[in-house]
Write a protein that binds this ligand. Structure first.
Ligand SMILES: Cc1cc2nc3c(=O)[nH]c(=O)nc-3n(C[C@H](O)[C@H](O)[C@H](O)COP(=O)(O)OP(=O)(O)OC[C@H]3O[C@@H](n4cnc5c(N)ncnc54)[C@H](O)[C@@H]3O)c2cc1C
Length: 409
C-alpha cells in the first residue's frame, strides 16, 4: 500500500483533493485487504448462481454485503460529477481504487470498471433526462452498470452485432441475443448497441441504455457461463425480445453509437490495466512470503539466485505497469485523448499479469498447483485479462494504427 500511495502522490495533481484522496485510498485498502480478500477463496469455490426456473442470477454468499459496504462508503461516486450526487474526483483515484480491489479479489473488482464506463458514457452522451435518472443511481451503487456489446457472432468485431432496434412512437424496441455479460441479470443499467439502419454497417448502429425495469420480462437471462476463473463474478447470456427503450435512453445521435462506444472504451481499458496490476501485486506478495518461508537445500528458496531474480523481474514488471496505468489515468484527468495510451496500458499490464501469475505458481512449486494456495486461483483469474475489453491482438491493432498515423504527422 505504501508503494501505491507514494507513487500515487507523484501522479495526483488534484492537490486540493489530496487529503480526501488519501483518506479514500486508506479506507479502500482496509476494506479490500481485511474483509474482501478473506472471502475470495469461498467465492471462487461457490461461484455465481443461476436459477433456470425463475431466470434469476445471484452472486456468491456475502459478496453483496461487501458491495453494500462500498455503497455506504460512497465508492461508486468517485468520478460522478457533483451535480449528480458524486464527488467529481479524478480518474487517477478511481483506477487506484480498482487496483486495490483487484488485489483482494479480481471477481469483486469487476463491479468497478463497468460502473465507470456506464458513468462516463451517460455523462458524456446521455440526454438530460437520462443523466438525472441514472447518474445518481450509479453514484450510489443502487444500479450496477453493465456493458452488453458481445453477441455470438460479434466479439472482437463488435460492429457485427445483429440486435436490431425498431422505433415505434417514443420508444425503440430491441430484439437480439447478448452474451458474455458481466453482471447480466443483476445490473440496473446496460449500455448496448443495436442496428438502427441495416444498410449502413457500423454507421447504422445506435447506442442505448437498457433499463431492465422498463424492459421487464422482454429482457431475460438465458444462462451463465461456467468459467476457468473469476467464478465469483456473474457472466450471463441474455435475450432481448422487443425490449422497450424510451427515446430518452438513446445515447448521442441515432446511428452514431459505434463511434461513441469505441471512443469510450479507452477509459475502461485503464481500469483493466489497474486490475492486472492489483492481481499481480498479490501474486508477487504471495511469492515473496512463500520464498522466505520455504527452505530447500538448507536455505529459504528466496535466497537461491534463480528465485530472487524471478522476484526482481516480477516486482519491476508490476511497478512499470502501475506507472503506465496511473500515467494514462492522469492524462485522462487533464483532458488528453488517451485512445492509444489506454490500449498500451491494457495490453502491457494484462500480458504482464500472465507472466507474473505464472512465475508465482512456479515459485510455489507443487503447492502452486494446489487449490489450497491462492496463486493457483490468481493464475486462473488473471487469464481473462488479455481477452475481455478487447483482446491483446485488438489492442496491438489500435496501438500500431496510432503509431503509424502519428508517424505520418
Ligand atoms: C469473463 C468475461 C467477461 C466478459 N464481460 C463482457 C461484458 O461485460 N460485456 C461484453 O460485451 N463482453 C464481455 N466479454 C466478452 C469479451 O469482450 C470478448 O470475449 C472479447 O472481446 C473477444 O471476443 P471473442 O471472445 O468473440 O473472440 P474473437 O473475436 O472470436 O477472437 C478470437 C481470437 O482471434 C483474434 N482476432 C480476432 N480478430 C482479429 C483481428 N482482426 N486481428 C488479429 N486477431 C484477431 C482475437 O484476438 C482472439 O485471439 C467478456 C468475456 C469474458 C471471458
Amino acid at each position: 500500500m505504501k508503494q501505491l500511495t507514494k507513487i500515487f502522490k507523484t501522479f495526483n495533481f488534484d492537490k486540493e483533493a489530496q487529503e480526501q484522496n488519501e483518506m479514500i485510498l486508506d479506507m479502500v485498502y482496509e476494506l479490500a485487504m481485511n474483509e474482501i480478500i478473506e472471502k475470495e477463496q469461498d467465492w471462487d469455490e461457490e461461484g455465481a448462481h443461476f436459477d433456470p426456473s425463475t431466470k434469476k442470477v445471484s452472486y456468491p454468499s456475502g459478496m453483496m454485503d461487501l458491495y453494500k459496504k462500498c455503497q455506504q462508503n460512497d465508492l461508486f461516486s468517485i468520478i460522478v460529477p457533483e451535480k449528480y450526487d458524486g464527488f467529481g474526483l479524478s480518474y487517477t483515484l478511481w483506477n487506484a481504487v480498482i487496483e486495490l480491489m483487484a488485489r483482494a479479489s479480481l471477481a469483486f473488482s469487476m463491479f468497478f470498471p463497468s460502473q465507470g464506463l456506464n458513468i462516463e458514457i451517460i455523462n458524456n452522451f446521455g440526454t438530460p433526462e437520462a443523466k438525472e435518472k441514472y447518474l445518481p443511481l450509479l453514484a450510489s451503487g443502487d444500479a450496477i452498470g453493465a456493458m452488453a456489446f458481445s453477441e455470438p457472432n460479434a466479439g472482437s468485431d463488435i460492429s457485427a452485432v445483429t440486435t436490431k432496434a425498431e422505433k415505434e412512437g417514443d420508444s425503440y424496441y430491441l430484439t437480439g441475443n447478448k452474451i458474455w455479460l458481466s453482471h447480466g441479470g443483476a445490473a440496473g443499467t446496460y449500455i448496448t448497441f443495436a442496428v438502427t439502419d441495416k444498410t449502413a454497417g457500423p454507421k447504422g448502429l445506435s447506442a442505448f441504455i437498457v433499463d431492465p425495469k422498463i424492459a421487464g420480462s422482454n429482457m431475460e437471462v438465458v444462462g451463465i457461463e461456467h468459467k476457468m476463473g473469476l467464478h465469483g463474478s456473474i457472466t450471463s447470456s441474455m435475450s432481448l425480445d422487443r425490449a422497450e427503450v424510451p427515446k430518452e435512453n438513446l445515447l448521442g445521435k441515432e446511428n452514431d453509437g459505434f463511434r461513441l462506444i469505441l471512443g469510450s472504451l479507452a477509459s475502461s481499458r485503464i481500469g483493466i490495466a489497474a486490475q492486472a496490476v492489483g492481481i499481480s501485486e498479490t501474486a508477487l506478495q504471495e511469492s515473496i512470503n512463500y520464498s522466505l518461508q520455504r527452505s530447500q537445500f538448507g536455505r529459504p528458496i528466496g535466497k537461491h539466485q534463480a528465485i530472487s531474480f524471478m522476484l526482481a523481474d516480477m516486482a519491476t514488471r508490476v511497478h512499470q505497469s502501475r506507472l503506465l496505468y496511473l500515467n494514462t489515468a492522469q492524462m485522462k484527468h487533464v483532458g488528453a485523448n488517451t485512445q492509444i495510451e489506454s490500449s498500451m496500458a491494457k495490453y502491457w499490464a494484462t500480458e504482464m499479469a500472465q507472466k507474473v501469475t505464472y512465475d508465482a505458481v512456479q515459485i510455489h512449486g507443487g503447492y502452486g498447483y494446489s487449490q489450497d494456495y491462492a496463486v493457483s486461483r490468481l493464475f486462473r483469474d488473471a487469464r481473462v485479462l488479455t481477452i475481455y475489453e478487447g483482446t491483446s491482438e485488438m489492442q496491438k491493432t489500435i496501438i500500431s494504427r496510432g503509431a503509424l498515423s502519428r508517424a505520418q504527422k
